[in-house]
Ligand binder design. Structure first.
Ligand code: HEC
Ligand code: HEC
Length: 230
């Protein structure tokens, strides 16, 4: 059965991927006792969580227990495999913390995240924000012929002025984020279902075509060298 494709399609994924994560934990535990059995469980564990094979085993070993419960949706190392779900890896820490606090307080609503934060304490939110900030965000290959930002949309310069500004650490890093996720969030601000005093009025000025272009632009933008300020 194509577990990987199934997992990407529906929320049942959560349960299935937890089974995968549990299998992997079991593999670690078995490693001391029965190497052959452990190898088999590990093989199944890797299959159950779609990933790039090099990153996953290292990431799982390093994941604190708190963060491993995020992996089914946000992916190994915080790089979600589902384009509708955001990557957390490398995201600015104050922004991550603010979003977790907003889910917890009900300021930002999402059925999946609501179910997650209900079990987290204030200190857990800080630990998780620090953990995912420290992971490395995976990047999509940039298109060979990339038009300059201004050609994509006249607002790009103003978007980047906030979103790539070290002085505004509460502003999320958009570079390399999942494209459908970015578009979906811009539509949510435009519709007022995601509340934010800055982004709501800005998004109201964007057409569907603007949103598609901006999401495509940021999702494939190469990170600035040498190190982006986060
Ligand atoms: C069942 C799937 C699922 C699980 C498990 C899950 N998340 Fe999420 N998470 C989502 C979805 C879906 C969104 C996007 C919500 C939206 O559209 O507003 C999200 C959004 C977020 C965001 C906001 C990202 C941004 O760029 O604004 C943060 C932060 C976050 N999750 C952290 C976590 C952490 C930490 C855990 C583990 C403790 C976790 N999530 C577990 C599905 C999940
Ligand atoms: C004045 C500063 C500012 C400008 C200009 C701005 N943003 Fe934002 N943006 C923010 C802040 C702050 C947030 C976080 C809001 C929240 O907590 O929901 C945000 C959130 C977002 C998000 C959600 C990211 C995520 O991970 O969930 C997207 C997408 C986004 N902005 C895109 C844009 C685009 C595209 C433009 C240009 C049209 C733009 N922004 C212009 C400050 C700005």
């Amino acid at each position: 059965m194509d577990l990987l494709a199934d997992q990407r399609r529906c929320a049942v994924a959560y349960g299935l991927r937890l089974v995968g994560a549990a299998a992997f934990t079991a593999a670690l535990w078995l490693a001391g006792a029965a190497p052959a059995a452990a190898a088999e469980v590990a093989r199944q564990g890797v299959q159950a969580v779609p990933t790039d094979a090099t990153a996953y085993p290292a990431g799982v070993v390093r994941q604190p227990a708190l963060a491993s419960q995020c992996m089914p949706c946000h992916g190994p190392n915080g790089n979600s495999q589902n384009p509708d779900w955001p990557k957390l890896a490398g995201q600015r820490q104050p922004y991550l913390l603010q979003q977790l606090q907003d889910f917890k307080s009900g300021q930002r609503r999402n059925p999946m995240m609501d179910a997650v934060v209900v079990n987290l304490q204030a200190a857990d939110l800080k630990t998780l924000a620090a953990h995912f900030h420290a992971q490395t965000r995976s990047q999509l290959p940039s298109p060979a012929a990339r038009p300059p930002g201004a050609a994509v949309h006249p607002a790009v310069a103003s978007c980047t002025a906030c979103h790539d500004n070290a002085a505004l650490p509460g502003t999320p890093d958009l570079v390399g984020q999942q494209q459908p996720y970015l578009a979906q969030q811009l539509r949510a601000y435009r519709a007022g279902t995601r509340k934010n005093a800055i982004m709501e009025p800005l998004a109201k000025g964007l057409s569907d075509a603007d949103i598609t272009a901006l999401a495509a632009y940021y999702s494939t933008l190469a990170p600035a060298a040498p190190a982006r300020s986060r």
